[in-house]
Design a protein around this ligand. Structure first.
Ligand code: AHM
Ligand code: MG
Length: 340
């Protein structure tokens, strides 16, 4: 590809908008603003070892977990990129307990942005990939600055979703419901360039599974049997043949699953009865991307995109990736969950 043929993310967003005659431009602007925020966060992530921003900020987020300085920075960057533009009525963030109405001093718009500003924070200090996840919903209430009803919509209604992975390169991957497209940040020109057009999750023979297997003894028998099958230790003829990959950073684990295929899972267990991952700004946007790429996502019992959310920071078990492997997970989870 020569320099004259590069497609920047801004151009791609405009091209997508042109295909929708009803588009107002506001929605495209939110995506463009998110790409700008991603560049600012990416720069700071890359500088993290140099500037004194590593380490804990000394307080805990709404889930009671330690907040690190980069999380606070990423939250601030996204909020400030979005608060004044007139496109959003409110936002939801992993870092903030209540939904965040757009302040009265700025005009309010017709969209809701839900995001996890910097996921995988335990990996920051060890230079392992981390990410940002986002989701856009349309306002459905008549409240000018949004309401819980606007925030608690099933993932199926998302207008767009995406993530940014701050890895060996920074990549932004998004979908507006017309396929999944990936852009790699070229730091020399400061632009996200289209590098992965129309990503499709590979089908079999993809042989990766991804899970924190240290929790095996806590899982119910259904989940344990699924793992035994993937490892080929259950004695069945068609089990085994997998490799394990687990980074412990959802965006990075999902990114690999999207490009290489396989099954990522974060099951429930007695210690975490709903799993660990959050529905609205972790599971749902990634489920939207998985379906757009030909895969899917499940809680083990139902499609993630069909779950009616009841709380902003609700958690859900997550099984996501190649469709046939998510089917397999559901099959085992529907089976006996004890030894009886
Ligand atoms: P965080 O929101 O505190 O960063 O936690 C979310 C992360 C995910 O990125 C990852 O999939 C998961 O926690 C890993 O959890 P565990 O260490 O239990 O395997
Ligand atoms: Mg998170």
């Amino acid at each position: 590809m020569t320099d004259t043929h590069i497609v920047t993310i801004d151009r791609h967003i405009i091209d997508e908008e042109r295909r929708k005659p009803e588009a107002s431009g506001a929605f495209s602007n939110i995506l463009t603003d998110m790409a700008l925020a991603a560049k600012v966060i990416s720069r700071q992530v890359n500088m993290a070892g140099l500037v004194d921003i590593l380490g804990r900020a000394g307080h805990r987020n709404v889930q009671g977990e330690p907040v690190q300085k980069l999380d606070v920075f990423a939250q601030d960057v996204i909020y400030r990129a979005m608060d004044h533009t007139g496109h959003l009525c409110c936002m939801v963030s992993e870092e903030v307990e209540d939904f965040i109405p757009i302040p009265d001093k700025f005009p309010a718009g017709s969209y809701v942005l839900l995001f996890d500003p910097l996921d995988g924070s335990s990996n920051i200090d060890v230079n392992v990939s981390i990410g940002t996840i986002f989701s856009i919903q349309r306002k459905v209430s008549d409240q000018e600055r949004g309401s819980l009803d606007d925030c608690l919509q099933p993932g199926r209604r998302q207008l767009a979703a995406g993530y940014v992975v701050y890895g060996s390169s920074t990549m932004l991957v998004y979908s507006t419901g017309a396929g999944v497209h990936g852009f790699t940040l070229d730091p020399s020109i400061g632009e996200f360039i289209l590098s992965h057009e129309d990503i499709r999750i590979p089908r079999s023979p993809t042989r990766y599974y991804s899970v924190n297997e240290a929790y095996y003894s806590r899982w119910n028998r259904g989940t344990q049997r699924l793992l035994d099958h993937l490892k080929g230790t259950d004695g069945s003829a068609d089990g085994g043949g997998f490799s394990a990959r687990y980074i412990g950073s959802l965006v990075a684990d999902f990114h690999r699953t999207l490009l290489r295929g396989g099954l990522f899972m974060y099951p429930s267990d007695p210690k975490q009865p709903e799993g660990k991952l959050r529905l609205l700004y972790e599971a749902s946007p990634l489920a939207f991307l998985a379906e757009q790429a030909g895969g899917r996502a499940s809680s083990g019992e139902e499609n993630i995109l069909d779950i009616q959310p009841e709380a902003l920071h609700q958690r859900t078990p997550l099984f996501i990736g190649s469709g046939e492997l998510v089917d397999l997970a559901e099959h085992y989870l529907a089976g006996p969950t004890d030894d009886g």
